[in-house]
Each structure stands twice: as structure tokens, then as C-alpha cells.
Design a protein around this ligand. Structure first.
Ligand code: G1P
Length: 291
């Protein structure tokens, strides 16, 4: 059995939906309270058993590299001032998992970004985590559940959850082989459609930023034509594998936050604050005072 030990996080995009915050700061470095979003995603990968991680970046997004590297001067200062708890926090980010980086020269879409991981994958299955989707799970992580589904089926896996009709056109939507299968936690899919209009969507099950991809994905990416916005979509590459019955969906459990938009960011901030015993009471008091 091929164990899934490698993962890729595409983080080369311009973050236009969150301008002007993303003018000088990579969108993946925007925090939920005091931890950059990307650190949650990297931690999820590690918790799911990933040993080697590749982050796909672009020029100007080196803050990502700096965050996951040691910071000698800062660490020395914190040590001298005996701020040991903070020192531990600072050191945590460069100890989570082994990280490599690759530059995507041109922003040609998610499929193209994942294609940049071909040499890194070396013929092994790879997990993919997208930075916009942070998932808080009670038990196994979202990626851990997708890896379990891969181990059972040996198919490429897309992590899905139902979404409201009005946002269907923001996501890749899957179409189960048998309609009734959509009720199962893991089911085979016959097709995937990138951002369909709700009336044309084959279901309400949206791909939410977690994938496990078999090595044949790289040939599929190479065969995938650019869409009308000039991008190579991973959803379209997966269509080739779905035709050969080689893609399954894993309906993962957990609360998922869409950090690619303002409402999602605020919801995540509130929920994370209410989970933090240090600030929970103050925040609750503040929210109640708004009624
Ligand atoms: C990407 C994928 C889409 C997926 C979504 C999940 O879209 O292309 O299939 O449903 O991520 O967040 P993006 O949000 O980058 O436009």
C-alpha cells in the first residue's frame, strides 16, 4: 500500500479577493487572531501523517518561507528576556513538518500549480490542501479522512461537503455515479464541474480544498486545456480520471471556514476566539453588548 506522506499546498495566487490586505502580505499569512491561516493548514497536514510538504509560491511571497524558518535574532531576544512561552510559539512553526518550496512562474491556475509538484511527488500519491479552506474537526482532520478514503479505494479523492445553492457557482461540484450514493461518506464520482450555475449543477456537493491525487494526475494536468479565463483547473484534469472510474468523493466531517472572503474570515475569527479560554469571556461580553 502506498502510504500518503507527501502533500502540496498551492500558495502562489495573487489574493485579489482580499485586496488591499494582500498588496504586500501573502493572503496565506493573514491570521485568524494571531496564527497565520497557512499554519493551521500545515498543522493539519502534519496531523494527517504528512512527512514532506511542498508549498508552491510566487515571487514576492517569501514571507511564507520566513514564517516557517528559524528566526535567530528574534529567538535570541525572547530568550534573553526570558519570554519562554512566546519563544516556544515562535519556534513551533518551523518544527511542524519538513517543507520545500517551488516557484510557479506564471499564475496559470490551480491545476498548473499542482502540476509544479510532479518532481516532488516522484510517482507517489500526493495530498493537496488549499489555504482558503480551514477545517476544524472533532476527530480526524479533514485530510486524514480523505487519506483513509484513499487507502480504502485507491482512487483519487476529493473532499466534499454540501453547500447552499446560492454559492454553488464558487466551487467544483461532483456528480456521483449513482444518485443515491451521495448519501454515503465515500462514493465513486462520474464527473466534476468547475463552478457551474446552480441550475446546471449535478449536486450540491462542493470540493472544499482537500484532495488526495494518484500519480496519473500529472498526465491528466498536461492534457487539460486552459479554461476561458486562461487557467488550467484541477477539476477539469480530474474529469479525465473520473472517466476511468478513478475518482471518489469523501464527505468529510468538520466545520469549514472559507477564508477567501470577508464573511468567512469574520466567522472564523469569532469561532476561534470563542474557543480560546484566554479571550472567550471578553469577546462574548462584547458580542452580547451589541444586541
Ligand atoms: C478552487 C477550485 C474549486 C474548489 C475551491 C475550494 O477554486 O478550483 O474547484 O471548489 O477551490 O475552495 P478557487 O476558490 O481557487 O476559485
Amino acid at each position: 500500500m502506498n502510504k500518503v506522506t507527501k502533500a502540496v499546498i498551492p500558495a502562489a495566487g495573487l489574493g485579489t479577493r482580499l485586496l488591499p490586505a494582500t498588496k504586500a502580505i501573502p493572503k496565506e499569512m493573514l491570521p485568524i487572531i494571531n496564527i497565520p491561516t497557512l499554519q493551521y493548514i500545515v498543522q493539519e497536514a502534519a496531523d494527517a501523517g504528512i512527512k514532506e510538504l511542498l508549498i508552491v509560491i510566487s515571487r514576492g511571497k517569501e514571507a511564507i518561507k520566513n514564517h516557517f524558518a528559524p528566526a535567530a535574532k528574534l529567538e535570541a531576544e525572547l530568550l534573553a528576556k526570558k519570554k519562554l512561552a512566546l519563544l516556544e510559539e515562535v519556534r513551533k512553526s518551523n518544527k511542524i513538518v519538513k517543507i520545500k518550496y517551488v516557484y510557479q512562474a506564471k499564475q496559470l491556475g490551480l491545476g498548473h500549480a499542482i502540476g509544479c509538484a510532479k518532481d516532488f511527488a516522484k510517482g507517489q500519491p500526493i495530498a493537496v490542501l488549499l489555504g482558503d479552506d480551514v477545517v476544524v474537526s472533532k476527530g480526524k482532520t479533514a485530510l486524514g479522512q480523505c487519506i483513509d478514503a484513499y487507502n480504502k479505494t485507491k482512487c483519487s479523492i476529493v473532499g466534499v461537503q454540501p453547500v447552499e445553492t446560492k454559492v454553488i457557482n464558487k466551487y467544483g461540484i461532483v456528480s456521483p455515479v449513482k444518485k443515491a450514493d451521495a448519501k454515503k461518506d465515500v462514493f465513486a464520482i462520474k464527473n466534476l464541474v468547475e463552478k457551474p450555475e446552480p441550475e446546471e449543477a449535478p449536486s450540491n456537493l462542493a470540493i472544499l480544498g482537500r484532495y488526495v491525487l494518484t500519480p496519473d494526475i500529472f498526465n491528466a494536468i498536461a492534457k487539460t486545456a486552459k479554461d476561458k479565463s486562461g487557467e488550467i483547473q484541477i477539476t477539469n484534469a480530474l474529469k479525465f480520471l473520473a472517466k476511468k472510474n478513478k475518482v471518489c468523493a469523501c464527505k468529510f466531517s468538520g466545520t469549514r471556514y472559507d477564508l477567501g472572503n470577508k464573511v468567512g474570515m469574520v466567522k472564523a475569527t469569532i469561532d476561534f476566539a470563542l474557543r480560546d479560554n484566554e479571550i472567550k469571556e471578553d469577546i462574548l461580553k462584547f458580542i452580547r453588548s451589541k444586541k
